[in-house]
Design a protein around this ligand. Structure first.
Ligand code: AOS
Ligand code: ZN
Ligand code: ZN
Ligand code: ZN
Length: 424
């Protein structure tokens, strides 16, 4: 580990007095401080392997230096994040970008950083070298049963890798769609997708979940076979109790009320997990909370309300993951920012006075309802996050420590300037 515990302790000592003043100020106004601190310590957000390298645009890729070139290096990067913020104890792998050669050794290596393996992601949106059939016209929805079978077999292979690593979830995102009216028979495409997913579902171990991610458009621009939460929920309901909908925040048409979707999926017991990111236009995959922090807060407000109504444990009942990737910032620093934004929204939503909100709703007191939400949203909870980190030996200010310790330079020294991560 390129960051040792002593460096974190020295950093925390240096910032302690200022932190204490800020923490005392905010905690003075909050009744349930200890409860929130405990929840913040437990709340972990998984890191996707593909976010550790610099992302591309449709037009080019400007790789940063010292990117993780091997699976071990990707795990070490997540280990570094976890040491800094104590909030990212899992990595989500993607096959075939992250094929584990020796799963047992990998598991042990990850455990040295306190890291385990989150959802496994399959890939039937790219053709791989030596692959028999092309996915140019889709995979699980394809008109040709041989292409569907190849995609089914791939997903089963991904489950098998996941079993070896101790994962308990398969996440499926399909690019399958069409770009021109008339290209596809929608009903047939949907039925083929369902039949293919049923075969994959039949191979799920009993303690596994299947997450079905939807996306409005891209890479195709007329229809996407799993294009919205209705289509995903329909599939999840038909498949059975181990199938759930996955919400990626960037996968909606502009202005969609995502918090309402979240609320109803939770009500139906069919919300599986999240891909956090932020966007202004489409699937922009920007840093969580960089554009619409109020929306993120409102989503967490519905999540907490819905999870508490069903008695679900916040930290473990749903799959929390980031799915962001871009090409301007250091990916590790960017991930620290995303995790921070997600936990800020979570902490603010924990502050909502639920009892008063229900009363206001019952009285149709619209003003009071808005005041209650915004009172929570406008509370600066950052000292609570810092205190939660301090108590578990993580850094009071992870980004500052990352920069002070010149951690990227150390990674470049170790890995070289030209190491490039596999991914999009
Ligand atoms: C694609 O747009 C989806 O967000 C996927 O979740 C993900 O980015 C992809 O599966 C990477 O493997
Ligand atoms: Zn996603
Ligand atoms: Zn996406
Ligand atoms: Zn995205």
């Amino acid at each position: 580990m390129i960051l040792d515990k002593c460096a974190i302790a020295a950093h925390n000592d240096q910032l302690q007095a200022r932190h204490q003043r800020a923490f005392d100020f905010v905690s003075h106004e909050i009744v349930q401080t200890e409860e929130i601190l405990e929840k913040l310590q437990q709340f972990q957000i998984a890191i996707p392997s593909w976010a550790l390298g610099t992302g591309g645009t449709r037009f080019g890729r400007f790789s940063g230096a010292g990117e993780p070139a091997t699976l071990e290096q990707k795990i070490a990067d997540v280990g570094l994040l976890h040491a800094l913020n104590g909030s990212s104890d899992a990595i989500s792998l993607h096959i075939p970008w992250d094929i584990p050669k020796d799963a047992e050794a990998l598991k042990q290596y990850a455990a040295t950083f306190g890291i385990h393996f989150d959802a496994m992601n399959s890939n039937t949106f790219q053709d791989q070298v030596g692959q028999e059939h092309s996915y140019k016209f889709g995979s699980l929805h394809h008109v040709d049963p041989r292409v569907r079978q190849q995609a089914i077999d791939h997903n089963i292979e991904v489950i098998d890798f996941g079993k070896q690593l101790g994962s308990t979830c398969l996440s499926v995102w399909l690019a399958d769609g069409s770009s021109f009216p008339g290209q596809l028979n929608f009903r047939q495409a949907f039925e083929n997708t369902l039949a293919s997913l049923q075969e994959i579902y039949a191979h799920l171990p009993v303690d596994w979940s299947l997450f079905i991610e939807y996306k409005a458009f891209e890479p195709y621009f007329y229809s996407t076979t799993i294009g919205d939460w209705g289509q995903s929920l329909l599939l999840a309901n038909k498949l059975g109790p181990q199938a759930f909908t996955l919400v990626d925040l960037g996968h909606h048409l502009p202005n969609t009320n995502i918090e309402q979707i979240v609320s109803l999926l939770l009500m139906e017991g069919k919300l599986g997990g999240f891909h956090f990111n932020d966007s202004k236009y489409g699937d922009d995959d920007l840093t969580a909370g960089c554009m619409k922090p109020y929306q993120l807060f409102l989503i967490f407000s519905e999540l907490i309300d819905g999870m508490d109504a069903r008695g679900m444990a916040h930290e473990s009942a749903l799959g929390w993951m980031i799915d962001a990737s871009h090409n301007l910032k250091d990916p590790l620093v960017d991930l620290l920012q995303s995790v921070e934004a997600i936990k800020i929204a979570y902490a603010q939503a924990l502050l909502i006075d639920r009892k008063s909100l229900r009363e206001a709703q019952a009285q149709n007191d619209v003003v009071a309802a808005q005041e209650i939400l915004q009172q929570a949203f406008r509370t600066d909870v950052r000292p609570l996050l810092a205190e939660a980190r301090r108590r578990i030996g993580a850094a009071l200010d992870p980004i500052r420590l990352f920069r002070e310790q010149a951690l990227r330079d150390r990674l470049v020294e170790e890995r070289g300037k030209n190491s490039v991560a596999t991914g999009l």
